[in-house]
Design a protein around this ligand. Structure first.
Ligand code: ADP
Length: 494
């Protein structure tokens, strides 16, 4: 879990970085401590070679004074076994020493560092050749050997002791280094802890974001992740912005997915409804035609007429359903937008109602108007609004019994014009009201005229009003009547 996480990776990177830093720090400390100790050692012994040289005449007339040399070496071996003495001539050739001969592998040493030491030119430590090991450079003390004012050669004292070659050796002997290594170790450990704590704090929100994403994916885009809203929605850092945006985005995705699922479900419902609604009149049509075909000779002219009329009615019903479906599909397709123009609703309502006056009279239903002489224009597609009014008035007629009444009114109200179609018919049961504008939704009632509708009329009305940016409402009481009202915004005609 930790290994694959961002926090794990950051922690590992920090650890490696600090470890590398630690190694570099210790390396630098060791190198500088070693250099410091060598400097101290060399400067303490600066006069060593000179004082030895002052005691003895080690070279005379280019001849090494062997006896003096041997005596001197013996004494020094006892006093300080860590130093090695060499006699060298003016060119750097080794002309005398007290070491076993197989140990001295060089026959000459570089003269330049020796001169620099004697002339006190350059900072200490100054390194010179080690006659016993050609690969090493060592600190030394040196002094010229003078005879009658001439430099005959040099006394070259290699300060071989305190040769801190390994870290362990140096660490064991140097108190300063031990303190520095401890300080370094504790600082690195503290930096590691501080780093881990701050990484944990920084990655916490990323972990939350990752968890939200996992939840969304696991729920198959059904569930908006996160039980609490993302904190710091505004003014936060990049991660906060990411979190807030993802939260918003996931909300949208879930909404869209729900809408897609709903659309899919309603499409399936619609196909089922269409096939059912088509099958019934088609089966009836087929039945009447079959009867006519089979029984034709035995049928009286009246019976034949009746069968033909019923076949025609069934066929008209199929035609109506297809026309309504086609209309709704056209209105719902995105390309359709209303062709709006300024339109006077008071006149339009009166015109449409006129088409129904005969049918209303035949069924003994009164038509009442409450329409002002003048009303503000609305911006509307006249053809579509006409269709909506027809559907509403047709429904009112269908569901109102003889002796009832239908009232039509137009009224300017709050920047809009409201049109009402009320009837004193049977009303719509309350449980149907919320879904009354859905496609194919019908109450179980058969209309007064016996014509069962398609269940698409109100869906078409709703779509038309939506296309105009208007509102459509229904109020109904069973046994008392129903009122449909729609509002359209007043046209802005300057
Ligand atoms: P239909 O073609 O069946 O009339 P609609 O979508 O126009 O389809 O109406 C849906 C249903 O709403 C109708 O079947 C009816 O049950 C109910 N309805 C619509 N208008 C009225 C009304 N004025 N009075 C009573 N019921 C109504």
């Amino acid at each position: 879990m930790i290994r694959g996480s961002l926090y794990g990776k950051l922690a590992l990177a920090l650890f490696v970085l600090l470890a590398a830093l630690g190694v570099i720090y210790v390396g630098l400390m060791v190198a500088s401590t070693r250099l410091y100790l060598q400097e101290v050692n060399q400067s303490l012994n600066r006069e060593l070679a000179a004082s030895i040289a002052a005691e003895e005449r080690l070279i005379r007339d280019n001849q090494v004074n062997r006896a003096a040399l041997t005596e001197l070496f013996d004494v020094l071996m006892v006093v300080n076994p860590a130093i090695e003495l060499y006699l060298i001539d003016a060119d750097g050739r080794i002309i005398g020493h007290a070491a076993p001969p197989e140990k001295v592998v060089r026959d000459r040493v570089e003269i330049e560092p020796i001169r620099r030491f004697i002339d006190e030119a350059g900072d200490l430590p100054i390194f010179g050749d080690d006659p016993r090991d050609p690969s090493r450079r060592k600190i030394f003390s040196a002094a010229p050997l003078l005879y009658e004012g001439r430099t005959e050669g040099f006394l070259y004292v290699v300060l071989a002791g305190e040769n801190y070659d390994s870290f362990v050796e140096l660490y064991r002997t140097s108190q300063i280094l031990r303190v520095f290594v401890w300080i370094g170790g504790v600082s690195i450990a503290l930096a590691l802890i501080a780093g881990l704590v701050s990484f944990n704090w920084l990655t916490r929100r990323l972990r939350r974001l990752a968890h939200m994403m996992d939840t969304l994916r696991r729920s198959n885009f059904r569930e908006v992740p996160g039980d609490v809203a993302w904190p710091n929605r505004r003014g936060g850092d990049e991660i906060d912005r990411l979190g807030a945006t993802f939260e918003e985005m996931s909300g949208r995705i879930v909404e869209q997915m729900d809408a897609l699922r709903d659309a899919d479900e309603s499409r399936r419902d619609m196909v089922a409804n269409i096939s059912h609604d088509l099958r019934t009149p088609l089966a009836a049509l087929q039945g009447y035609i079959d009867t006519l075909l089979i029984k034709d000779p035995a049928l009286s002219p009246e019976e034949r007429q009746r069968y033909l009329e019923m076949a025609s009615k069934s066929s008209m019903r199929v035609g109506d359903l297809i026309a309504d479906l086609f209309e709704l599909a056209r209105l719902e397709s995105d390309q359709t937008s209303a062709q709006k123009e300024p339109c006077a609703l008071n006149e339009l309502v009166q015109d449409v109602a006129g088409k129904f006056s005969l049918a209303a009279e035949e069924r003994d239903i009164g038509l009442r108007f409450d329409i002002p002489e003048r009303a503000p224009f609305v911006s509307a597609d006249v053809g579509l609004i006409e269709r909506a009014l027809e559907n509403l008035i047709d429904n009112a007629l269908k569901f109102t019994g003889p002796g009832g009444a239908i009232s039509l009114s137009v009224e300017a109200k709050d920047g809009a014009v409201e049109t009402r179609v009320s009837d004193t018919g049977r009303g719509i049961p309350e449980q149907h009201l919320p879904r009354i504008f859905d496609r194919f939704h019908r109450t179980e009632d058969t209309p007064e005229d016996g014509r069962r509708g398609t269940g698409l009329g109100l869906a078409i009305v709703k779509r038309i009003i939506d296309l105009h940016g208007g509102t459509l409402q229904v109020a109904s009481a069973v046994g008392k009547g129903t009122t449909f009202r729609f509002s359209l915004p007043i046209a802005d005609i300057g």
